[in-house]
Design a protein around this ligand. Structure first.
Ligand SMILES: Nc1ncnc2c1ncn2[C@@H]1O[C@H](COP(=O)(O)OP(=O)(O)OP(=O)(O)O)[C@@H](O)[C@H]1O
Ligand SMILES: [Mg+2]
Length: 327
């Protein structure tokens, strides 16, 4: 039985590299000898599509509602059907990674989670069980097999599904694009997560003993500026000017907001919590998605310099995560 570190790569802003980072950080961690489970908890199923061939994804989705379905929906279905607890499914193996495949039906589960959250404030046991079901599923899977890390991939929104994923996480990491919209999105992000933590605390305080399973204390591990253009080895002037803004706003909009609840939830002002940076990797990302491999392992590209850059970035990120989560 293991007690893996649970991490969400989260930004409610779309297309900022959450899925790409999740997959490649997971590959880097597994190359460092860590055992990693990636959970496709976004109804878009992009993480699943990255890692599996189209026909395999279609087959999983076509059968996920059946008795022997093998997606996250198949595992959670007994909860929504009110026929029992989560069903343990066989994880899909990709090289050294374990994948809990995603499902478009997860959006149906998300509606159900919205109602359950509201009922949690009324101390309804069934609702609390539903709210905790993804967490329970991961704990059961980790009971069967040792994992060092679990990564939740999230969709681009501030909905009920992302709320339970964040609240079940030990840490979250925020990818940011070096542009105006990403810079401005940080304020919503900080306030949203603060509200979720406070609400989880309220539910926990009024819930019957042991009924609220979500830990409700995700720590801000840091941010990752990504997909910026470089000139020579350096960020372009335009990207760098946004990076400087992001640096100062991360404290104002995220860290200081969470530290109002608990100083342990985010670093103090003197620390820049940048995990590392990932530059624009051009078409390497699409090639890697097509091959279902880490960006630095794709075969159809001969851009060895860029592959090396990608590998170095992701291995630095993985090592940072190992260090930062070790205590
Ligand atoms: N470092 C990068 N360099 C170049 N392209 C990238 C990089 N990271 C991601 N991309 C591309 O940007 C697009 C968005 O990336 P990705 O799907 O990982 O973002 P996301 O935040 O998960 O999106 P969503 O919010 O829809 O889930 C993809 O087409 C991906 O191929
Ligand atoms: Mg995504």
């Amino acid at each position: 039985m293991s007690n893996p570190v649970r991490i969400t790569i989260y930004n409610h802003k779309g297309g900022v590299g959450k899925t790409t980072l999740t997959v490649n950080i997971a590959f880097a961690l597994s190359s460092l000898g860590k055992s990693v489970l990636v959970v496709d908890s976004d109804p878009q199923c992009n993480l699943t599509s990255y890692l599996l061939a189209d026909d395999v994804v279609d087959d999983l989705l076509n059968h996920s509602n059946d008795q022997r379905g093998q997606t996250i929906w198949s595992a959670l279905k007994p909860i929504i059907d009110n026929t029992g607890s989560v069903r343990l499914i066989d994880l899909t193996e990709i090289k050294d990674l374990a994948l809990l495949p995603g499902d478009i039906r997860l959006s149906e589960f998300e509606e159900f989670l919205g109602d359950s959250w509201a009922d949690g404030f009324k101390r309804r046991i069934g609702a609390l069980r539903a709210t905790s079901s993804i967490s329970d599923l991961i704990s059961s899977l980790a009971h069967q097999r040792d994992f060092d890390f679990v990564f939740y991939d999230t969709g681009p929104n501030i909905g009920p599904l992302n709320r339970v994923l964040l609240l079940d996480s030990d840490f979250f990491i925020v990818p940011v694009a070096c542009d105006l919209f990403s810079t401005r999105a940080l304020a919503t992000l900080g306030q949203t997560i603060k509200k979720w933590i406070i609400d989880a605390g309220t539910i926990d305080a009024i819930a019957p003993d042991g009924a609220m399973v979500l830990k409700g204390r995700p720590k801000f591990l840091g941010y990752i500026p990504q997909r910026f253009k470089v000139y020579g080895q350096e960020m372009t002037w335009e990207a760098n000017s946004y990076y400087e803004k992001i640096k100062s706003r991360v404290y104002r909009d995220v860290s200081s907001v969470l530290r109002e609840i608990d100083k342990k939830l985010a670093p103090k002002a003197s620390v820049d919590p940048v995990v590392d940076k990932v530059q624009d990797l051009a078409s390497l990302v699409q090639v890697a998605q097509r091959e279902g491999v880490a960006i630095w392992d794709c075969e159809a590209s001969a851009n060895y310099g860029l592959k090396k850059t990608a590998k170095n970035s992701f291995f630095r990120i993985a090592k940072h995560i190992v260090r930062a989560t070790a205590d």
